[in-house]
Write a protein that binds this ligand. Structure first.
Ligand code: R5P
Length: 312
């Protein structure tokens, strides 16, 4: 089976860089719209019998990027592709992995079902909101992690006086992973979500006085979670020398301005989504290209991904 790499429009710089790393051209496809707004998609050359990888984070605008992925996959399937793998560096709707209240949809499950229905045989995702989300997938999920790459950057400048901070109870396992790798203690912010963009932190659990906090999270959307955690940390006596580390920097709306108003000295994230902001945030970006290209190479020849997985 030959290897074909395709991409939607969500993160072309990442897809092109993966193609370069693999020494392959990025597959030709038309990604257009009919006058009424419907997607007009066509694969440029034969993919019959091919091992196809489609790079597409389902980042905002989520519905557009998700539908592009589904249409690309459906086009490949109907054109006789041998196997279709979706490389989804950021998986939108991952936070809807359970129903928090009655009469809500189970968004993550529905999105996973749609991917399967479009012909996707396997999904490669990265630092999902929870590991348990795998239960939403009817087809195989390879849950990779950028934590070792991000921790390497943190290790290059952090000292013994630092503390890893989970900004809510949901990120405790992630914080523990960073803490294990970096041999640092953990503190936890007790967060309550007020609305989609506002949260409040009731208390900090753990010793942060006089320490430099490193706030870790899977994603930063509006920046509300980090903002509330940082303010509570400062109130609890931590040093005004804060680092923020997150795999997915969505930074929607005023997020970057919001974070720029805080004493955040370092902000480290990956290129899982295309930067949506030029606001004054000093960002260090860790490239996912070597990790994702390596995963594609191994999947193509049916080699183990064990050491790349979030559970490793
Ligand atoms: C939620 O539990 C996630 O792990 C993030 O903490 C959250 O989604 C970030 O969103 P925002 O930046 O809008 O607070």
């Amino acid at each position: 089976m030959g290897l074909t790499l395709l991409a939607g429009s969500a993160n072309l710089p990442l897809a092109r860089a993966i193609a370069r790393d693999l020494g392959l051209p990025l597959g030709d496809r038309v990604l257009d719209r009919f006058p009424d707004g419907e997607l007009d998609i066509r694969i440029g050359r034969s993919v019959r019998g091919e091992d196809v990888y489609i790079v597409q984070p389902t980042s905002p605008p989520i519905e557009q990027h998700l539908l592009e992925l589904l249409f690309l996959s459906d086009a490949c399937r109907r054109a006789g592709a041998g196997r279709i793998t979706a490389i989804v560096p950021y998986f939108g709707y991952a936070r809807q992995d359970r129903r928090a209240r009655g009469r809500e949809p189970l968004g993550a499950r529905l999105v996973a079902d749609l991917m399967k229905a479009s012909g996707i045989d396997r999904v490669v995702a990265l630092d999902l909101h929870t590991a348990a989300i795998e239960g939403c997938f009817g087809s195989p999920l390879e849950h990779l992690s950028a934590v070792p790459l991000l921790a390497d950057i943190v290790r290059s400048w952090t000292g013994v006086g630092a503390v890893i901070v989970s900004p809510d109870l949901g990120a405790v396992k992630l914080a523990e992973r960073y803490a294990r790798i970096l041999s640092l203690p953990v503190a936890i912010a007790h967060k309550t979500r007020v609305s989609g963009s506002e949260v409040s932190v009731r208390s900090i659990v753990g010793d942060v006085g006089g320490r430099a906090p490193i706030v870790v999270d899977d994603m930063i959307s509006t920046g509300g979670t980090v903002e509330a955690a940082v303010k509570a940390l400062l109130d609890a006596g931590c040093l005004p020398d804060v680092a923020v580390v997150a795999t997915h920097a969505l930074l929607v709306g005023q997020a970057a301005d919001r974070l720029a108003d805080l004493p955040i000295r370092r902000f480290v994230s990956t290129d899982s989504v295309q930067a949506a902001t030029s606001a004054p945030l000093h960002r260090e970006t860790v490239s996912l290209v070597p990790l994702l290209a390596d995963a594609i190479r191994r999947l193509h020849v049916n080699e183990s991904l064990a050491d790349l997985l979030a559970s490793a």
